[in-house]
Design a protein around this ligand. Structure first.
Ligand code: BGP
Length: 477
């Protein structure tokens, strides 16, 4: 086991999935605050107007807003070196386009970061984790309007200036590559066509969506450039949802299709953000789909100057690609694909592939030659408490152990890996389903799908396991 000294072990969360306090101390509504838990579909329902008396998971979540001291103390007890959180943009600029930031929102994160540092934990901050202020969606159709780039950069530089002595590690846009698929339009780009009824299957305009994604690239690059002016020691990364794909068979048609898919979903956004220019292969896709990206003067230059310092990604699963139609699709897999007969799946149908993590780390390091960081990985499972009040989550330990071993193998292969933040280190609301019962944490939170429960925190068996992993710098797994 060869994790370097100073390896950043820790956990990850996002504001909308844990903070709650959705309208407290001047916070405005974000898109997540309009997502209602749908009891019939078990999916989230998007309301354009928030309905009184309905349950919206993000409105209360696990109330990290009032429990942050207790939660960060538990992370400190586990020995976390880093804690990934996101800042809720609408806590700082409630409407996104306000003239002045909301001081109460800024003050909240002052306290959170001070608490992290007190416990020897470095904050890693995502600036935009699927939580764009709703006003920017309504009034501007999100990043399809170029003015939103300036609103974002103003927000980003406001928080970077404020926390420059407390935060060194930053990520610009969470899983930005979801915008290459229609269902990423709302959560990454803040775009919502008035005719859309199902936000997972929105009315889509590719030209507009890819132009909005271009605007996001520009916003990210400007943030990197401005961030380095604020503090030259800042380490600013991109964040990609990486779902490595394998050809289902050695049939060259499968191999070719896999390469095309991999380029489109996994490589395109990372290439722009790490290399500072659009990769050659996207031109073909744009030509096939009548997409013509408008570059404003200076865009080319800013993309080149605003390349990221490191590449971060989420890794939960891999999938297979087949040129033959009618193959069995993986159930619940985030990005679709065909079932891999060699892999087991989680309760939610996500295919578990630790060996694929070693493969992916090598592939990414070869492509980018910049430090890598895994900022999401974990197992969503339905945990139950036994008669003596314990949660014996051996299945989670098994999942994590296999992925830690894969990381150490990749490091032995020569990959430069900075750190690992396990997703949902404390139970929180699921992004995909709005459920509480899909739990990832080392720490259990007493809350159910309807928002009922005492909110009491309780350590699971995996808590002590991870504590030992960190204490031995990965030697004991
Ligand atoms: C990623 C998101 C996270 C997170 C995770 C697990 O896509 O960045 O916010 O929630 O997926 O997904 P889920 O909550 O749907 O299990």
């Amino acid at each position: 086991m060869t994790f370097q000294n100073g390896f950043l072990w820790g956990g990850a969360t996002a504001a909308n999935q844990c903070e709650g306090a959705w309208n407290i101390d001047g916070k405005g509504a974000s898109i997540c605050d309009h997502n209602r838990a749908g009891s019939l579909t078990k999916q989230r329902v998007f309301d354009r107007e928030i309905l009184e008396d309905e349950y919206y998971p993000s409105h209360t979540a696990i109330d990290f807003y009032h429990h942050y001291k207790e939660d960060i103390a538990l992370f400190g007890e586990m020995g976390f070196k880093v804690f990934r959180i996101s800042i809720a943009w609408s806590r700082i600029f409630p409407n996104g386009d306000d003239a002045e930031p909301n001081e109460a929102g800024l003050a909240f994160y002052d306290k959170v970061f001070a608490e992290c540092l007190k416990h020897g934990i470095e904050p890693l901050v995502t600036l935009s984790h699927f939580e764009i202020p709703y006003n920017l969606v309504k009034k501007y159709n999100g990043f399809s309007d170029r003015r939103v780039v300036d609103f974002f950069v103003r927000y980003a530089t406001t928080v970077m200036e404020r926390y420059k002595d407390k935060v060194t590690y930053w990520l610009t846009f969470n899983e930005v590559n979801f915008a290459t698929l229609p269902f990423g339009a709302l959560n990454v780009l803040g775009m919502l066509d008035d005719r859309t009824e199902d936000i997972f299957n929105p009315v889509d305009n590719k030209q507009e969506r890819f132009q909005a994604l271009h605007n996001v690239f520009v916003a990210s690059a400007k943030t990197v450039v401005e961030g380095h002016k604020i503090n030259q020691d800042f380490q600013i990364g991109c964040m990609i949802a990486h779902a490595t794909s394998y050809p289902l068979t050695p049939n060259p048609e499968d191999v070719l299709l896999t390469q095309r898919w991999d380029n489109h979903f996994n490589n395109f956004c990372g290439d722009v953000q790490v290399k500072g220019e659009y990769p050659y292969f996207i031109k073909q896709y744009f030509a096939e789909n009548d997409i013509d990206i408008h570059f404003e003067e200076g865009d080319k230059d800013i993309l080149k100057r605003g390349t990221v310092d490191f590449y971060s990604f989420s890794y939960y699963m891999t999938n297979c690609i087949s040129a033959e139609s009618g193959k069995e699709m993986t159930m619940g897999n985030l990005v679709g694909g065909v079932k891999n007969p060699y892999l087991k799946s989680s309760e939610w149908g996500w295919q578990i592939d630790p060996v694929g993590l070693r493969y992916t780390l090598n592939k990414l390091y070869d492509r980018y030659q910049v430090p890598l960081m895994i900022v999401e990985n974990g197992l969503g499972a339905e945990d139950t408490m036994n008669e003596t009040g314990e949660i014996i989550d051996d299945y989670r330990i098994d999942y994590l152990r296999d992925h830690v071993i894969a990381m150490s193998d990749a490091i032995d292969d020569g990959v430069e890996l900075m750190g690992y933040t396990m997703w949902g280190c404390i139970d929180l609301i699921s992004a995909g389903t709005g459920e509480m019962k899909k739990r990832y944490g080392f720490i259990y939170v007493d809350r159910d799908n309807e928002g009922k429960g005492t909110l009491a925190r309780c350590k699971k068996k995996s808590f002590d396991w991870y504590k030992e992993v960190i204490a031995t710098n990965g030697k004991s797994v």
